[in-house]
Design a protein around this ligand. Sequence first.
Ligand code: AGP
Length: 607
Amino acid sequence: MCGIVGYIGEQNSSEIIIDGLKKLEYRGYDSAGIAAIVDSNIVLQKKQGRIVNLEESLKNNPITSNISIGHTRWATHGVPSDENSHPHFNNDKTIAVVHNGIIENFAEIKNELLELGYSFSSETDTEVIPLLLDYYSKSNDNFYEVITKTLNKIDGSYALGIINTKYPDTIFCARKDSPLVIGKGENENFIASDVPAILKYTNKVYFLDNYEIGILTKDSIKIYDINNNEISKELSEIKWSIEQATKAGYPHFMLKEIFEQPESIKNTFKHYIKNNKVDFDYLNIDLNKIDSIYFIACGTAYNAALQGKYIFQKLAKIKTEVGIASEFRYSEPFLDEKSLVILVSQSGETLDTLAALRLAKSLGSKTLAITNVVGSSIAREADDVVYTYAGPEIAVASTKAYTTQVAIFYMLSLYFAEKKNLIDNEKYQYFIENFYAIPKKVQSILELNDEIKDIASTLLDNEHVFFLGRTLDYYLAQEAALKMKEVAYIHTEAFPSGELKHGTIALIEDGVPVISVLTQEALIHKSVSNIKEVKSRGARTLSISFEKHKDLLAESTDLFIPIPNIDDIFAGFLSIIPLQLLAYYTSALKGIDVDKPRNLAKSVTVE
Ligand code: AGP
């Protein structure tokens, strides 16, 4: 939710800011803006809409400066407009602020500031920050102290970038509950919401923690806590390259990321399997002290967690629940010190998931993060962390993070099953062999790209698409339905095939597409009957199943997408691939901006 970037150095900062904002556009794209210090004055440009609008504006009115802060917005308080765009500033335009997060007590602060004679030029919560900085500056010459006073006054979440004409060679920054990294360069330094924004210039970063304040000049970085103690932080080196964060010839990140799955799944398995054994010995989890597991997540990570529950119960025989983070927090969950709460989050920054993590910790439960982003809030706050090795996922719609999360669940449950003596060596090795075989099978499904594109072209005019499945296939259907909704703007529903006739079948009429996933051998005949039920009521049926079931489905399905044969316990790794491609091509063929679907953002740091 919103992206911020800042530069201080010797180069012209506006190009670096635009470049960085484009890398952060996945975080929000309602409007964008920049503030720079030029000849002891702050100059601002803010434009509603995509970053290209700001870029155009800068072409017409260039800003030349060595110090700037920029912002791309996902609107929360106030409609997307030039006025509500960041940076926001004080009344005499000597202080400018970019903000990612929400100031929860902004209304009462706003009233106090209005009474003090301040005026507001936007409807945002953020504007109270430059005005508070202005107010406290009147009685204090130390701007660090002014910042700490302001931070003590505001409630909520923030990553802030601040410039002040009194300090023309300095960028100030601070964070609480919204991510912020400081990039260390040669004669230049950076701030950003996420590493890709600055990776072109440096791979050396400090991950700011809550209530930390950074003070950057072109050749120094100082970090303080809120009590004026200077902190010595570890400088992290980012291992992935800028190429991994670019489209590399693909028309969209989503397609590139779908195609990266053989590699990302392989990398994730490879990282935790040594000498044909899954190794999670570094985790501080004593299964004898755990009686239940809760997976907590949002969106696609939640759908992946449904597969986690399936495999944990089946293989590791541990009672497992799955909860949507925003609901779980308010459902008075039965958590105690015998619960293991597994937080699943690609970004590691989703606020609801983070809040659920904090709730679990406060109730004495053990917490484990499964995330893709090293140094993210959820990774840092959980007792233990397991990283997925998907590489940077840029498209708003999650694809490769999902399959790598599932890879972790399978490895963890195998690891736990062995610890509990539930599995003999032969079966254990059977799992490992299948893990090794999955990437190649995924690759072979990607070769059906053109056929899937053709099928997608038949869905463009449909208002509704239904997805069916049973057990594991139903969890896959839920993820497929979410993908199609978010990128192709088609209303979708996923139903358990057996539940269809208890109401939903009333929605089936001539020409409605019904997409079924059929991989669970014990249920396949029942599922085929369900397809026949909808087909006989006019549905256009598409089925995804193993190659070997082509004949079985010939009569009931109009279109068939085969996936390579595999033991059905592993089917989820494969059946999701054509469904991701189908959503992608439906979106692309409709001319939708696939990577940045309307109203969405990649990292949801609001509740
Ligand atoms: C995925 O396609 C969605 N855009 C969204 O549901 C996402 O999975 C959700 O917001 C959770 O994000 P996280 O994994 O970063 O926590």
